[in-house]
Design a protein around this ligand. Structure first.
Ligand code: SF4
Length: 459
């Protein structure tokens, strides 16, 4: 086994990608392959382009590990089928895969195995000869459908995070990355009762030691990297640990920035002091004005969101705000109200806004939104015999038709209009969105959007 060549592949996406994608790396693959010390390489199509995946690399590989997201599985299917015919062993992992469960294996004969569970919990087991038939690599005789991840007890896996030294040199075309993501911890204040649209797997497993992470980052800083992305679901879960992490930043790292997720109700003086130490860019899911309750974001109010924005602005820190259009019972009027509030925020705080993400709600397998939709009798009837993975755009269109007073198409149109306005008011703000197909933006025959060039470029 240890002599096999393994290629980790992060396929490109049919969705528009936000400006972050060249600054991140498939951290799950990177962690797994760094830990195992296989002869391996990770090919990220988003960064390297998808020009036939360098055939000479693939030729030598025996195993291909695909990192699957809701956005990249059409490409993953295409590549997997092709390489399966060439005799490679194909394995899939990622949240969509975990949530889809064993039926995904049954429906797709070109996949040899799927990894089920949160990345951190399977690292010890994944690719381990002794655990080939356990909960990690499920074989094709398991028949349950949409089995919930909780059944797999991911927290029980024993993992020593610090025994993993992330080896960024496994990334093919490392010099083309504009920044790097890193693994510090994995936890989220909302994890026990997730946000309405979130398909994340479970509570995290804790935190890696700051010394080891800063060693990894220092090496890459010396290689010229100046943008780092802390993938922890929320660094505000434990402000003391975050402070300790920031204090330990090596003095040599001076001009790099760190993007971190925060919860608005935890933006206080302590967090601000820590963010300043690492030149942090705070990313907050504001989700909605007026309809925030429907996002199921417990313990966070609209007032928390506004206060957090004000505090970050006063501290002269950069921040990113994200919104979801299409929460249950959203109407054209509620969406217009959100857009008006976003305009006000841009006017008032625009100089400190790094990016704004406004996304139509996208159905990801395993989210509360998914189950709300799937449990409607007519919808269940429609999808029950379909092969997995299900088409997220079709699911999302069905979701809007059943839960909102506005169609997905009209919602996207409103997002595009607002994006154009923001671009005009504050051209430096980067605008992003998830859950919109490139074809929906550029192919006018599809949804018949009539876009000005500037608007297409804005996203
Ligand atoms: S969307 Fe973010 S904050 Fe909400 S449950 Fe998921 S990871 Fe946590």
């Amino acid at each position: 086994m240890h002599k096999e060549m393994i290629i980790g592949i992060y396929p490109s996406s049919d969705f528009i990608q936000d400006n972050l994608y060249n600054k991140t790396c498939p951290l799950g693959l990177l962690t797994v392959l760094s830990y195992q010390h296989y002869k391996s390489i990770i090919y990220n199509e988003v960064v390297s382009g998808d020009i036939d995946l360098h055939p000479e690399l693939i030729q030598n590989a025996e195993i291909l590990l695909f990192s699957i997201t809701v956005a990249n599985f059409p490409r993953a299917i295409k590549l997997s089928k092709r390489f399966h015919l060439e005799g490679k062993r194909i394995y899939w992992g990622g949240p969509e895969v975990s949530m889809s469960g064993p039926k995904l294996l049954i429906d797709n004969s070109y996949i040899d195995g799927i990894a089920i569970g949160a990345g951190e919990s399977i690292i010890n087991d994944l690719l381990n000869e002794n655990d080939r038939s356990g909960r990690v690599f499920l074989q094709k005789n398991i028949t349950s459908y949409f089995k919930l991840i909780n059944d797999f007890h991911p927290l029980k896996s024993i993992l020593n995070f610090d025994s993993i030294k992330i080896d960024y040199n496994l990334l093919f075309d490392l010099d083309k990355y504009e920044g790097l993501s890193y693994l510090w911890g994995n936890d989220c204040l909302q994890a026990n009762k997730r946000c309405y649209f979130c398909g994340r797997l479970s509570m995290g497993l804790g935190y890696r030691s700051p010394e080891i992470i800063w060693d990894e980052l220092l090496e890459q800083y010396r290689n010229g990297f100046r943008f780092f992305y802390n993938t922890t679901d929320s660094v505000t879960t434990n402000l003391n640990l975050f402070k300790d992490f920031c204090i330990k930043k090596p003095n040599e790292i001076k001009d790099a920035s760190h993007r971190v997720f925060v919860n608005a109700n935890m933006v206080n003086e302590h967090l601000i002091n820590s963010l300043k130490m690492i030149n942090g860019i705070a990313v907050m899911g504001i989700e909605s004005f007026g309809n925030l309750k429907k996002s199921n974001k417990i313990n966070i109010t609209e007032n928390d969101n506004i206060q957090a924005i004000e505090r970050l602005f006063k501290a002269d820190l950069k921040f990113v705000v994200s919104f979801v259009y299409g929460l249950p019972e959203d109407t054209p009027e509620s969406i217009d109200y959100n857009s008006e509030m976003i305009r006000i925020i841009v006017d008032k705080y625009g100089s400190n806004i790094d990016s704004i993400h406004i996304s139509p709600l996208l159905i990801t397998t395993g989210s509360t939104a998914f189950y709300d939709l799937y449990n409607l009798p007519l919808i269940k009837e429609k999808y029950r015999n379909m092969s997995l993975p299900l088409n997220p755009i079709e699911l999302s269109n069905d979701y809007f038709n059943n839960f909102c007073m506005i169609s997905r198409k009209d919602t996207i149109y409103k997002i595009l209009e607002l994006s154009e306005e923001i671009k005009a008011i504050a051209p430096k703000i980067k605008i992003g969105a998830k859950g919109i197909l490139k074809a929906e933006l550029f192919n006018q025959t599809d949804l018949n959007y009539f876009l000005k060039d500037s608007l297409a470029n804005a996203l």
